[in-house]
Design a protein around this ligand. Structure first.
Ligand SMILES: *Cc1c(COP(=O)(O)O)cnc(C)c1O
Length: 462
């Protein structure tokens, strides 16, 4: 580690409370508690300003796939900033890193996807897709085809269009969302919503809601369907195996566009390059971000399949959309260095063949814990349902109390694990070794024991 810096934690907290509005945060509550200031990181660990070391089982926000502290990315940024810190891709121009990154991405993506439109984030990628979808149908003489069908509890970002695509009720409740033209069907969340049906039947039934919704709205209005291969922010919800083939069948039957949100699943999280590869889905669009640069710099993109790109190229004229930072050369150079490491170090294959199966085997052992109703996962994603009654799949009242306790205990035990209601979720850096996985599972088990002990002291009435 480089030179040790000292931090005046009280000054930092005071300034933060005074001037900084945080995303997805209750500001009053945060200012009462004080921010956790993260000051350095290496590999799978982060350190806060008070010197606590934490195993980061969330890879930041699902993004630090290659782990922290890779100097190659710092060097790529340094060199590119000296050579050319910025130029845009508007007005018949571009830069070498943007070109090279587009070519590398086209090679990595499924074979029918050969173009990318660069953005600065996942939200911008999904906003861009809404515009492309509408433009596509307009160019084909069907301008009334504008409705996009999504799922309840989906997460596709926080801009107006991305939050409308998403199915988070608490987000919609702030600001009059969703915008017109966004419709939601049920999510494939068997554990909480499957009832007496077996997972395969349930998966088919929720997928078939897509067909019902198309018929209800009229095919002349429905433009596209969007889904995350595995819902991340919604609680690492892994669809039954029957789900995606049925969604694909319905999209093919009616000719609507299929958007597969790869912002989390992309770049190795499932042990394949994309969640679409894992499930054998054939998307028309793949929004990407997060793991594209392992979070070292902000960059996103929309991977566009041939069906749409050919229409946009041949018929559109000027596509009136773009961002100042579309294809930013420094961000693109860093993304290239990240993809080089993922490829050359065989990180995705290691997740598929060694560490992913090991994590899933160790994670599954947690299902024996009295508090755990289900332990599920794919690749380097995992979730635990914390429940009152395992046999009945019954949660504790006031969803979020038990999960919140477990998350706070995790921090005390040196582990970053997230709670979505009473679902504990992980998404570790893809470079975590078997020893790191053992440390993770031991810490989680300790948290579960302490949570179980703490539940009688929780006040479920307030
Ligand atoms: C994080 C996320 C987004 C939004 O990405 P931002 O870079 O935060 O705008 C979109 N889709 C999914 C599936 C995500 O997890």
């Amino acid at each position: 580690m480089s030179s040790e810096q000292r931090f005046e934690i009280d000054d930092l907290r005071r300034a933060d409370a005074g001037h900084h509005l945080h995303p997805f945060t209750d500001a009053k509550e945060l200012n009462r508690q004080g921010t956790r200031v993260i000051v350095k990181a290496d590999g799978v660990y982060i350190w806060d300003a008070e010197g606590h070391k934490l195993l980061d089982a969330m890879a930041g926000l699902w993004c630090v796939n290659i782990g922290y502290g890779r100097k190659e990315l710092a060097q790529a940024a340094y060199q590119q900033m000296q050579q050319l810190p910025y130029y845009n891709s508007f007005f018949q121009c571009t830069t070498p890193p943007a070109i090279e990154l587009a070519e590398v991405l086209a090679k990595l993506a499924p074979s029918h996807i050969n173009h990318v439109f660069f953005t600065g984030s996942g939200s911008e990628s999904n906003d861009t897709i809404v515009r492309m979808v509408r433009r596509y149908w307009d160019l084909l003489g069907e301008p009334q085809k504008t409705v996009i069908i999504s799922r309840n509890n989906a997460y596709h970002g926080s801009t107006m269009a991305a939050a409308s695509l998403g199915g988070m009720k608490f987000m919609h409740a702030q600001g009059g969302l969703p915008l017109p033209g966004f419709v939601h069907i049920d999510q494939p969340y068997w554990y909480a919503e499957g009832g007496d049906r077996d997972p395969v039947t349930f998966g088919l039934e929720v997928a078939q809601q897509l067909e019902q919704k198309i018929l209800e709205l009229g095919l002349d209005r429905v433009a596209a369907f969007i889904g995350e291969p595995i819902q991340g922010a919604g609680g690492v919800i892994i669809p039954p195996e029957s789900y995606w083939p049925e969604v694909q069948r319905i999209c093919d039957k009616y000719g609507i566009l299929l958007i597969v949100d790869e912002v989390i699943c992309g770049f190795g999280r499932t042990g394949k390059w994309f969640g679409s590869d894992y499930y054998g889905i054939k998307p028309d669009f793949m929004p990407i971000a997060k793991g594209l640069s392992s979070g070292y710099l902000p960059i996103g993109g929309v991977m566009v399949g041939d069906r749409v790109s050919q229409v946009l190229i041949d018929k559109c004229g000027e596509f009136a959309h773009g961002f100042t930072y579309s294809g930013h050369p420094v961000a693109a150079a860093v993304a290239l260095a990240n993809l080089k490491i993922l490829r050359e170090e065989g990180i995705v294959d290691t997740v598929a063949d060694q560490t992913g199966p090991y994590l899933q085997q160790r994670w599954a052992e947690l299902a024996e814990h009295p508090l755990v109703g289900e332990a599920r996962g794919v690749g380097f994603l995992g979730a635990l349902e914390l429940v009152k009654d395992k046999a009945k799949r019954e949660f504790y009242p006031k969803l979020g109390k038990v999960g919140g306790l477990c998350r706070d205990l995790a921090i005390e035990n040196g582990l970053v694990m997230r709670a979505v209601g009473d679902t504990m979720i992980i998404s570790p850096p893809l470079i975590a070794s078997e020893a790191h996985i053992d440390e993770l599972v031991e810490k989680v088990r300790l948290c579960l024991d302490q949570t179980l002990q703490g539940i009688p002291k929780l006040n479920f009435d307030e």
